[in-house]
Design a protein around this ligand. Sequence first.
Ligand SMILES: NC(=O)C1=CN([C@@H]2O[C@H](COP(=O)(O)OP(=O)(O)OC[C@H]3O[C@@H](n4cnc5c(N)ncnc54)[C@H](OP(=O)(O)O)[C@@H]3O)[C@@H](O)[C@H]2O)C=CC1
Ligand SMILES: Nc1nc(=O)c2c([nH]1)NC[C@@H]1CN(c3ccc(C(=O)N[C@@H](CCC(=O)O)C(=O)O)cc3)C=[N+]21
Ligand SMILES: [Mg+2]
Length: 273
Amino acid sequence: MDGKKLAQEIRTQLKDEVAQNGLVPRLAVILVGDDPASQVYVRNKQRAAEKIGIKTVDHHLPATVGQEALLDLIYQYNEDPNIHGILVQLPLPDSIDEAKITHAISPQKDVDGFHPINLGHLFMNKPYSLPCTPRGIMELLAHYKINPSGKDVVIVGRSNIVGRPMAALMLNADATVTVTHSRTRNLAQKTRQADILIVATGQAQMLDASYIKEGAVVVDVGVNRLEDGSLVGDVDFESMLGKAAYLTPVPGGVGPMTIAMLMKQTVEFAQRG
Ligand SMILES: NC(=O)C1=CN([C@@H]2O[C@H](COP(=O)(O)OP(=O)(O)OC[C@H]3O[C@@H](n4cnc5c(N)ncnc54)[C@H](OP(=O)(O)O)[C@@H]3O)[C@@H](O)[C@H]2O)C=CC1
Ligand SMILES: Nc1nc(=O)c2c([nH]1)NC[C@@H]1CN(c3ccc(C(=O)N[C@@H](CCC(=O)O)C(=O)O)cc3)C=[N+]21
Ligand SMILES: [Mg+2]
């Protein structure tokens, strides 16, 4: 499944939509500290936004910034009618309470869909904004005409940004959902039941073909940088290739879809006014 290509199509559509409707979507992007991976993602987001006609207002704050200063910046953007979306890149330095920051962002401007109010709406199948990675996965599956309804979906990982919201989205799509994690016993026995397997563990190439049944759909969320500088997922792509019916590559799979969904949600917010 080619996420890079679909993401490109979506970004082109968004660009047309922005131009046709005379929108000027504005996204505040806040990066704290100098984690190299975070800097790459933020740069990718800024570049994608610019091409679509979304204006970003960027803040790169030192890791030593106080929690109060960060909160004040968020409050300022909450009140600013010209800003449609606020994104605070995670992870934050240990000195800052991530939950507190996530809660401070106005739910109406929560383009990441991480606010508990928005997660609650999602959980009750009345979503307002959605976490971008799980939303991107749903769009990718839909594009390839893979309908989760009635399917056995197994998710490996239960983070707030991927595994948990993914489970809610799949349940909303009428899948039968199993969520596994580091305490799961007999993981392979669970994952082999999957019609659709979604892996988000942060463990490089952890799952090989022995973890899936023939013809499974495999979505690899992982982005792991190896010592030689190469980028690999949480599944062993080569091993799965002959056995899976559909498989997402890393890079070029879920990652670009995440960014496309962030752009889409920013445009949606601007349209709502
Ligand atoms: N492509 C994209 O757009 C995105 C990619 N990512 C990537 O996805 C991966 C996961 O990210 P994220 O969800 O934030 O990670 P977290 O570290 O927050 O969560 C990892 C999850 O995997 C589980 N896990 C870890 N090891 C194992 C194991 N050996 N067996 C079973 N479960 C295990 C953990 O279990 P437990 O809860 O018990 O600790 C946890 O629930 C990373 O590689 C990250 O870089 C993340 C976000 C977006
Ligand atoms: N507030 C917040 N929102 C996020 O959505 C968020 C976050 N914090 N923190 C970190 C994770 C991770 N994440 C990725 C986004 C794009 C790629 C991506 O574009 N990956 C490319 C490769 C990029 C590269 O070359 O490094 C690909 O897979 O093809 C990866 C990972 C968003 N996250
Ligand atoms: Mg963290």
